[in-house]
Design a protein around this ligand. Sequence first.
Ligand code: ATP
Ligand code: MG
Length: 397
Amino acid sequence: MTHPWIAPGAMLGVLGGGQLARMWSHAAQQLGYRTAVLDPDPQSPAGLISHLHIASPYLDAQGLSQLASQCAAVTTEFENVPAQALARLQADTLVSPAPEAVRVAQDRALEKAHFVGCGVPVAPHAVIENTQALTSVPDHLLPGILKTTRLGYDGKGQVRVRTRDELTAAFAALQTGDTPVVCILEQQLPLAAECSVVLARGHDGQCVHLPLQLNRHRDGILAVTEVWANALPEHTTQQALHAAQQIAASLHYVGVLCVEFFLIEEGPVCDVLGPLVVNEIAPRPHNSGHHSIDSCDVSQFELQVRCMAHLPLPTPRLHSPCVMLNLLGDVWLASGATPREPDWAAVLALPGVHLHLYGKAEPRHGRKMGHLTVTAATIREARAVAAQAARVLGLPS
Ligand code: ATP
Ligand code: MG
């Protein structure tokens, strides 16, 4: 069924009120929409700047029905929101992405099985449901990374294990609470680099994408994204784009989707798996796509709004090579336990710096407080300015 496009002035909604919902809300408001956020936190970054903030739990029937009745369309900013919340909303309003796509992205075991079904290579892995299953884990998966199949993000719910004893101990340590925590053990791959593709797929199946992003992580959390034309060899870029589009199409996906990839170092593992392996998907705008606000002529957040409102999807054009640095709470806590305001004036004195702070009151180690994107005429210049900004902020180089 085709829907007419939703005119500005209507209310669009989002489940979750963090920084992704905040930047999405900015994009929606720029296009003249009103925004509604459902998030239990009265101080949530997106709730603070939206027209309507419903501060109820994600599964609260009354909160969900208020959101559905007020909004012409609703999306989610994170995949850990129960798929049943989206399913409930779907009874009364337009929802994208579909609950089924979120259900797949929510569970690493389902997700991996889905990628295999699409013919896209994944890390060798085994799903471990209970202690007995530990004995049948094949040797070649060690050293590996044990991950909970659900509720992981920013490297949380992950343990690196070298031996069977470490695996047994890590599996036991991840068993918190009364219900068994299903885990997946992935072979630790020799990574040459990591990259991601952010795409947007419309209700009619039209698919556009941001330029490919190169990502560097620190302690399992994205630290730096760099984007410039021809960052990777053409055939690798095409392979990643093709895989991402195939995954989106197979999920009948509507909205913005991020697909994360590992680039494998040359050697025996690469000979078996090939140079490109899919890691995971995020059914939403992604941290590695934040640069698009400042470096592209249409951002990942505007694309999400356009998908929801059935508006046309133009192909994003990168107008400036860029470097994005994540700003974690550690920047505020560099000199001890008492938070200190970083020297923003010094950072903003640098050319091409676009600072984004998410309005979170309390800096904590590992907490995403903001990011900055440096745009420049060349990637070399962007890197040089980003290095200066990193020095001012005490970020590791
Ligand atoms: P996020 O949601 O922030 O993307 P996450 O907690 O879902 O992260 P992953 O993307 O699975 O976790 O892993 C985080 C990082 O750990 C990866 O980007 C990569 O640097 C490293 N990593 C994860 N799995 C593997 C693997 N099998 N081999 C080598 N490195 C890995
Ligand atoms: Mg990841």
